[in-house]
Design a protein around this ligand. Structure first.
Ligand code: PLP
Length: 402
């Protein structure tokens, strides 16, 4: 067997997830005793809520360690519908509990796409959408906004229509609202325009709403319309990893959608994971069964304000508004072609990210991971001192660009 044949063609082009690569760079710098201001990882920190911890502990103590229904614990599926305000619209058979939102997305691609079907993604698609689609033998396509609608890289109904016209094999359009990495929030009208075109054309509208609780300045989440027309075509993906503190590793997510699609996912999942770990399902149940504590949103809003204050008039950079999520999105194209004190000349967001890390110890996520090489994403779910010192270090480094 030739070397190039050892790994399947579809996986051989994969790069490791950005998150893991960043974690490694943080460790390396820390081991060298150099300061690190970590804006790279998209993970909530802080203390785990004792209610969540105790539910997980109790599940182990009470030996709740046998297989669950492959669709997930029935109580958890019911609680998911309550959490999403959908108990009047759907039943537990419309919900599948998965190993994180990632698996809910992978299940969605696997359950709906035939080989080479196109899946339409946003203009700055979250890093794992493409690898997951490719692994499901689907064909990822970015929907690029045209003309004046280009503002904040938001996609419109016209953009979706144009791409559907061009791709008769498009099976679904996937929207992340609010959006990682751009932090933009589509309004109810914008959402409805895209949802209705998908329903009219019998294309799935997949709504990844993983950050839906983290909305600032009193904003309300724009819920998608669910009625006879949209119900067969709407699949919602959500989970535990962003709306609570320190819960990314609990690895619980879910999908809610039409009976046949969810049934296909459960069937599939019964063969490849048998559903997620039982104790963490118990922990997730404890988390979402209660009224949501808005403390985390208040805290993140204060961090957003702090970051915006500390990064005001940052040289060569345009910082986007942050109505939601915990990401600040930076247009760094103004840095391209300038000279660093060491003599290099950044040409893309990878270069700017590398410069900020080397010169300032500031870790960011390069837009290249999101197919947008003019931008950086900074996660501000990080201690206040790191925001303050990190922004000062970044300012100094950027001001030194000639
Ligand atoms: N969707 C988006 C937009 C995300 O940002 C992430 C995680 O970063 C995921 C899905 C996957 O979430 P999970 O950790 O629950 O698998």
């Amino acid at each position: 067997m030739e070397l190039h044949e050892r790994i399947s063609a579809k996986l051989s082009k994969f790069r490791p997830s950005l998150t893991l690569a960043l974690k490694q760079r943080v460790q390396e710098r820390l081991a060298e005793g150099r300061p690190v201001y970590d804006f790279g990882l998209g993970e909530t920190k802080g203390r785990l809520d004792p209610g969540i911890r105790e539910a997980g502990e109790r599940a182990f103590r009470e030996e709740q360690t046998m297989y669950t229904d492959p669709a997930g614990l029935r109580e958890l599926r019911e609680a998911v519908l309550q959490w999403l305000g959908l108990s009047d619209v759907y039943g537990p058979n419309n919900v599948i509990i998965c190993t994180g939102a990632k698996q809910a997305l992978f299940n969605t691609f696997l359950a709906t796409c035939n080989p080479a079907d196109a899946v339409l993604l946003e203009a700055a698609p979250w890093v794992s959408y493409q690898p997951l689609a490719t692994a499901a033998y689907a064909f990822p396509v970015m929907v690029l906004p045209l003309g004046t609608q280009r503002e904040w890289l938001k996609v419109t109904r016209e953009d979706v229509e144009r791409n559907l016209d061009a791709r008769p094999h498009a099976k679904l359009f996937l929207l992340n609202n609010p959006c990682n990495p751009t932090a933009q929030l589509y309004s109810a009208e914008e959402l409805e325009a895209m949802l209705s075109v998908c329903a009219e054309r019998h294309v799935y509208f997949v709504l990844d709403r993983l950050y839906w609780r983290i909305l600032f300045d009193g904003r309300q989440y724009p819920e998608p319309r669910i009625d006879e027309q949209t119900r067969p075509w709407l699949i919602q993906v959500d989970g535990m990893s962003k709306n609570f503190r320190r819960t990314g590793g609990i690895r619980i997510g879910w999908a809610v959608g039409p009976d046949d699609v969810i049934r296909a996912m459960v069937n599939l999942q019964s063969h490849y994971t048998s559903g997620p770990a039982t104790p963490t399902q118990a922990a997730a149940l404890a988390a979402i069964r209660r009224p949501y504590d808005p403390g985390i949103v208040k805290e993140l809003q204060a961090k957003r304000d702090l970051l915006h204050r500390e990064s005001k008039d940052m040289p060569h950079v345009q910082i986007w508004p942050t109505p939601a999520t915990f990401y600040s999105f930076w247009d760094v194209r103004g840095c391209f072609g300038r000279r660093t004190p060491a003599g290099s000349v950044p040409q893309n967001s990878d270069d700017v990210a590398a410069y900020l890390l080397d010169a300032a110890g500031v870790i960011t996520a390069s837009g290249a991971a999101f197919m947008q090489k003019g931008y950086l994403r900074l996660s501000f779910a990080t201690p206040d001192e790191d925001i303050i010192h990190g922004m000062r270090a970044a300012r100094q480094a950027l001001a030194a660009l000639a």
